[in-house]
Design a protein around this ligand. Structure first.
Ligand code: INI
Length: 155
């Protein structure tokens, strides 16, 4: 039996961060956290592109187009969906996650999901660089680990 792990060296990787402008106070922090984590793990800053789209629902189609260019090893989705008074919250949460999951299965590019789904701005701030860490950094590192695990197991 062989066990494979993904190492955390991001040297040579090309990454797209697909970010939504809705709640950009939060998403800007997720983007900065993701970028910082990638660079600290060896990804060349010039190999990280950021693409801004209007809202979380626009992230999967933009990610799909970017994956199709063949320019990236990973797409990191970053957004913040905050509960409002209506059912729209559920639609945006569920459909953005479903779109990313589907894309991840349909493309060879690794796709990770850093779209926060929270009830309050406090919960979002906690996950965007304060007491619960930075989910942008977490999902950027998940991308590096997944790429390297797949490469190790399929080499
Ligand atoms: N988009 C978000 O990224 N976050 C939200 O909290 C949000 N809410 O609550 O409505 C949101 N809606 C917009 C949606 O993602 C699309 O941009 C819009 O429906 C146009 O397709």
């Amino acid at each position: 039996m062989t066990t494979f792990h993904g190492h955390m060296n991001g040297q040579g990787l090309r990454v797209a961060l697909v970010c939504s402008r809705f709640n950009d106070l939060i998403v800007g922090r997720l983007e900065a956290g993701a970028r910082d984590a990638l660079v600290r793990h060896g990804v060349d800053e010039t190999q990280i592109d950021t693409v801004w789209v209007p809202g979380a629902l626009e992230i999967p189609p933009a990610a799909k187009a970017l994956a199709a260019t063949g320019r990236y090893d990973a797409i990191v989705a970053l957004g913040a969906v905050m509960r409002g008074a209506t059912y729209h919250f559920e639609v945006v949460c569920n459909q953005s996650a479903a779109g990313l999951t589907r894309l991840a299965l349909e493309t060879d590019v690794v796709v990770t999901n850093g779209i926060l789904t929270v009830d309050t701005m406090d919960q979002a701030l906690e996950r965007a660089g304060s007491k619960a860490g930075n989910k942008g950094a977490d999902v950027a590192l998940a991308a590096i680990e997944t790429i390297n695990a797949i490469r190790a197991a399929t080499a």
